[in-house]
Design a protein around this ligand. Structure first.
Ligand SMILES: NC(=O)c1ccc[n+]([C@@H]2O[C@H](COP(=O)([O-])OP(=O)(O)OC[C@H]3O[C@@H](n4cnc5c(N)ncnc54)[C@H](O)[C@@H]3O)[C@@H](O)[C@H]2O)c1
Length: 263
């Protein structure tokens, strides 16, 4: 018996990286998973790999910035699998490292929509179903960048901190309905991180070296299992928490000064 047997999970951005690892592990633990991803190739491949391994998964092409598409992903969970019990607010993409004074309105709009509004849309749509079952799990993937106000990513930082506030408010309001809402701030060698590392090799090396564990995390073995815990019955008395899943990188902070390598 898996730890997520009879649960239905929606994972945004589940085509690659952390989202894909979460979807894979949740399915291996018995959950039916809807992968809402805007990259049709990776999203379809992630769902197919789960099915080939004997799990239950559907892919739906979804740009989370488009409300109707995200709501269609929630609807798919309900129509195909009959429920929506777990939401992982994970999708993020785009953006440029720039000084605050050079940031564009569009960059802030993009980050606010993808982080805050998209997560709100999914959570609000799932709420009546979670409430009816008196059971729900919300997991939002945020960032140390926001917590520590890392430089040149003000739009990303603000969006992620907005998502943290949204998630903590859901924790407060929905605890009475059996719904928990927690946050992880990961440090993991996802495709996004590897691109960053290619553009900023010295800084990435310094970040790894400063990490108390001396390495960047692995999406499958370091990050996804913490999300499994948060999605499972084991975390039932935890809500509104931010877990740093980063080898202790947050304790003294990490180097975050992209100049002059990539700016
Ligand atoms: N990797 C890290 O160390 C790290 C650190 C801090 C925060 N995060 C957060 O973790 C989450 C996952 O990131 P990752 O590192 O696995 O990156 P990733 O690029 O490997 O995965 C992100 C996924 O989201 C998808 N996506 C992007 N925009 C989308 C959209 N509009 N609609 C639907 N899907 C979309 C991408 O196609 C991709 O599959 C993100 O929220 C990111 O900000 C990661």
């Amino acid at each position: 018996m898996g730890r997520l047997e009879n649960r239905v999970a929606l994972v945004t951005g589940g085509g690659e990286g952390i989202g894909r690892a979460i979807a894979k592990l949740f399915a291996a633990e018995g959950a039916a998973v809807v992968i809402a991803e805007y990259n049709r190739e990776t999203g379809a491949a992630a769902a197919e790999a789960i099915r080939e391994a004997g799990g239950k998964a559907e892919f739906i092409a979804t740009d989370v910035n488009e409300k109707e598409q995200l709501l269609a992903a929630v609807d798919l969970a309900l129509s195909r699998f009959g429920s929506i019990d777990i939401i992982v607010n994970n999708a993020y993409g785009g953006g440029h490292l720039r000084r605050l004074e050079d940031k564009l309105d569009e960059e802030f709009d993009h980050s606010a929509t993808m982080s805050v509004k998209a997560s709100f849309w999914a959570m609000r749509a799932a709420f009546p179903h979670m409430k009816a079952k008196h059971w729900g799990r919300i997991i939002s993937v945020c960032s140390l960048n926001g917590v520590n106000a890392h430089i040149y990513s003000a739009d990303f930082n603000a969006g992620k901190e907005g998502l943290r506030a949204l998630t903590r408010t859901a924790a407060r309001e929905w605890a009475q309905h059996g719904i928990t809402a927690n946050i992880i701030c990961p440090g993991a060698a996802s495709s996004a991180y590897l691109k960053f590392k290619a553009a900023n090799p010295d800084m990435a090396g310094a970040m790894d070296a400063m990490n108390p564990m001396g390495r960047i995390g692995d999406v499958d073995t370091d990050i996804a299992p913490v999300c499994l815990f948060l999605a499972s019955e084991d975390s039932r008395y935890m809500t509104g928490n931010t877990l740093f899943v980063d080898g202790g990188g947050h304790i003294n902070g990490v180097v975050w000064a992209p100049e002059p390598e990539s700016l």
